[in-house]
Write a protein that binds this ligand. Structure first.
Ligand SMILES: [Zn+2]
Length: 157
């Protein structure tokens, strides 16, 4: 008798205990997504509060993080990595681009090494080894050298 009375007291005026349980389960199932959304919003709110508090305590860190994010964005947005590579390569060999052979021909008072100007096409012979000069021939003081003799001259000097 006491168990029956307890069940009656719990259900109150809403009907039988089993039906009440089923209805409450159905209601819970119906509002479950909303409950989850509310819990999620609450967690997001707590996280936002925590982040804001941390930002208020560490303003310098916030500035650095923002700068870092901006740098990463700029690197990917303006494609700075390939541009930097091109810039560095251009820095490493600028002379190969800028030097012109005509400079040596016009300016004959350059130092010794620069005065050995390149002869583009010739019918001459090497001053040292009398080899017929081909595409790679060099001139110094009116004498012509092949590429090998010029290299030997440079290494001896
Ligand atoms: Zn030679």
């Amino acid at each position: 008798m006491s168990e029956y009375d307890d069940g009656n007291n719990d259900s109150g005026g809403s009907g039988g205990s089993i039906i009440g349980t089923i209805i409450s389960i159905l209601i819970l199932a119906a509002i479950w997504p909303y409950l989850m959304a509310i819990v999620g919003l609450y967690i997001a709110y707590l996280a936002a509060i925590a982040i804001l508090e941390w930002m208020a305590q560490n303003p310098l860190s916030v500035v650095f993080i923002l700068l870092g994010i901006f740098c990463i964005y700029a690197i990917f947005h303006y494609r700075l990595i390939p541009k930097t590579w091109r810039w560095m390569i251009a820095l490493l060999k600028p002379k190969a681009v800028e030097v012109h052979l005509s400079q040596y021909a016009v300016n004959s008072e350059l130092p010794d090494l620069a005065s050995r100007k390149f002869i583009p096409s010739t019918n001459l012979y090497c001053y040292w080894c009398t080899k017929k000069l081909g595409i790679q021939a060099w001139e110094k003081n009116g004498k012509y050298y092949c590429d090998e003799c010029k290299a030997r001259q440079l290494t001896n000097a």
